[in-house]
Write a protein that binds this ligand. Structure first.
Ligand code: HEM
Length: 405
C-alpha cells in the first residue's frame, strides 16, 4: 500500500462480517451508500475498503486488472473465506488462469445444454408441485427450493448420484467453522476430513468415467483431467465451486420466489394471465434477495473510486446486494416491482466473473413460479409460522418459508 494514500484514510466501525450487519443489512443502506467508498480495519488492523454504490461496484467488477480476485496469501481474514482449501478456482483467479479454468466447463453452460436441462426441469417442477397437499403447511425451502436445486443441478447437471451427494453436503456443512477462525489458525479437522473424502470419491468416479460420454459436467471434468488441462486437486475444487456456487443459491432463490408469490397474490394472478411475467418476477427476487451479499476484490494499485483513493493492496468488500438497493439506480429500491423498465441488478455479479450459472438459474426458476401460480391460486404465507434467514460472511438466504396452498 502506498504510504501517502493509506495515511489519509478515516476508518469507520463498519464490520461486513458482524452479526449486526448480517442480521439486518437493510438498516445500514442509507449510511453505507452515502459514505461509499468507506474504510474500516478488519481483523484488528487490516486497512480495508467497502464499496456499496451501484456504479462503484460495476467499476470494480468490470476491471480485473485494477480489482484482482486473487486473495493475497497470508492476508488476515482470508482464512474465513478459503472454502476451496487454497486451490486455484475460477472465482478466485484472474485471467489467464481464470479463463483456462472457466473454459473447462463453459460448454456445459451453453444455450443448447441449458435447453436440454429444461425438459428435465419441467418434470422435476411438476413432481414437486404435485407433492404439495392443499390445506397442509409446507416449506418453500425444504419442499420446493432445495429439492429443485438438488435434482436439477446435482443429479442431472453435475451428474453426482443422489446416494453420494451427502459427501458434498457434509463438506459444505463445515464451512461455518471457517467463519470462526482467527488468523494463523489451522483449518478445522472436520473441514479437512470432508475435503479428503470428496477428493477420494471424485478420484474414483473420474478414474472410472466413460471418457466418450460428455453428458454431464463430471464427465467433462474427467475429459479435462485426461487431457492434462486440470490437476486432481483442481478437479475437486472445480466440483466444489459448482456445487457451492449453484445448489445453495438456486435453493435460496426457489424459497424466495415462493415467499414473494405468496406475499403478492395480485402479482401471482398477473402471472397466471401472462406466464412471460414470471421472468421479470424472478429478476426482482434475485435483486431483492440476492443470496451473495458481497464479493472480494483486491486493489492492485492506488485506484480512484467515487473521488477517493483506495490504496494498492487494499481488500475491497464489494457489496453487491446493497448496490441492488441503491436508489440512484433503482427507483423505490425496496419495492417489489415486476414492472421496472430496467432491472440490471448485480445478483449474478458482472464482468469477467459474471455468474457462469446465470442462464441455467434463469431457465429453472420461472418454471416453478409459473407452475405454482397456476396450480395454487390460494398460495399464502402461513400466519402461524415465521420465516428464517441464514447468513454467512458472504451470503444471506431464506432457509424457511412457511406456506399454505
Ligand atoms: C440464483 C443463483 C445464483 C446466484 C445469485 C449466483 C451468484 C454469483 C455471483 C455474484 C458470482 C460472481 C462472483 C464474483 O464476482 O466474484 C457468481 C459466479 C459464479 N457462479 Fe453463480 N450464482 C448463482 C447460480 C449459480 C449456478 C447454478 C452455478 C453452477 C451450477 C454457479 C456457479 C458459479 C461459478 C462457477 C462462478 C464463478 C465464475 C467466474 O469466476 O468466472 N452459480 N455467481
Amino acid at each position: 500500500m502506498s504510504a501517502s494514500a493509506s495515511n489519509k484514510l478515516e476508518f469507520s466501525s463498519f464490520d461486513p462480517f458482524g452479526e449486526e450487519f448480517r442480521d439486518n443489512p437493510i438498516s445500514f443502506d442509507e449510511k453505507l451508500l452515502n459514505d461509499s467508498p468507506g474504510f474500516m480495519l478488519m481483523e484488528g488492523d487490516v486497512p480495508s475498503a467497502y464499496i456499496a454504490k451501484y456504479d462503484q461496484c460495476l467499476q470494480a467488477l468490470g476491471n480485473w486488472e485494477l480489482f484482482s480476485s486473487v486473495k493475497p496469501p497470508n492476508l488476515p481474514g482470508m482464512q474465513r473465506v478459503d472454502f476451496f482449501n487454497g486451490m486455484p478456482v475460477m472465482n478466485y483467479s484472474d485471467p489467464p488462469q481464470h479463463d483456462r479454468l472457466r473454459r473447462v466447463v463453459n460448454v456445459a453452460f451453453a444455450p443448447g445444454r441449458v435447453r436440454k436441462l429444461a425438459d428435465y426441469t419441467d418434470s422435476v417442477v411438476k413432481e414437486l408441485v404435485d407433492n404439495i397437499e392443499p390445506g397442509k403447511p409446507f416449506d418453500g425451502m425444504q419442499d420446493i427450493g432445495r429439492p429443485l436445486a438438488v435434482k436439477v443441478l446435482f443429479d442431472e447437471f453435475l451428474g453426482i448420484p443422489a446416494e453420494d451427494q451427502h459427501i458434498f453436503f457434509e463438506f459444505g456443512a463445515t464451512f461455518y467453522l471457517l467463519d470462526k477462525l482467527k488468523p494463523g489458525d489451522p483449518k478445522p479437522k472436520e473441514y479437512i476430513e470432508g475435503w479428503k473424502k470428496g477428493e477420494a470419491y471424485l478420484r474414483e468416479v473420474l478414474a472410472n468415467a466413460d471418457k466418450e460420454d460428455r453428458k454431464n459436467v463430471l464427465s467433462m471434468i474427467a475429459n479435462a483431467s485426461e487431457s492434462g488441462t486440470m490437476s486432481d486437486s483442481e478437479m475437486m475444487a472445480m466440483v466444489c465451486v459448482l456445487f457451492t456456487g449453484g445448489v445453495p443459491t438456486v435453493s435460496a432463490m426457489g424459497a424466495s420466489s415462493m415467499h414473494y408469490l405468496a406475499k403478492y397474490p395480485d402479482i401471482a394472478e398477473r402471472i397466471r394471465k401472462d406466464e412471460n411475467l414470471a421472468k421479470a418476477f424472478c429478476e426482482e427476487v434475485y435483486r431483492l434477495d440476492a443470496p451473495v451479499s458481497l464479493v472480494m476484490r483486491f486493489a492492485t494499485q492506488d485506484v480512484d473510486v467515487g473521488g477517493r483513493t483506495i490504496p494498492e493492496g487494499t481488500p475491497v468488500y464489494t457489496m453487491i446486494s446493497m448496490a441492488n438497493r441503491d436508489p440512484d439506480q433503482f427507483e423505490n429500491p425496496l419495492e417489489f416491482n415486476i414492472d421496472r423498465e430496467e432491472n440490471r441488478h448485480l445478483a449474478f455479479g458482472n464482468g469477467t466473473h459474471v455468474c457462469i450459472g446465470n442462464a441455467i438459474t434463469r431457465m429453472i426458476l420461472p418454471k416453478i413460479v409459473v407452475e405454482m401460480a397456476n396450480r395454487y391460486p390460494s398460495l399464502r404465507l402461513d400466519p402461524e409460522s415465521s420465516g428464517v434467514w441464514e447468513t454467512t460472511p458472504r451470503s444471506r438466504h431464506r432457509i424457511k418459508v412457511p406456506l399454505l396452498a
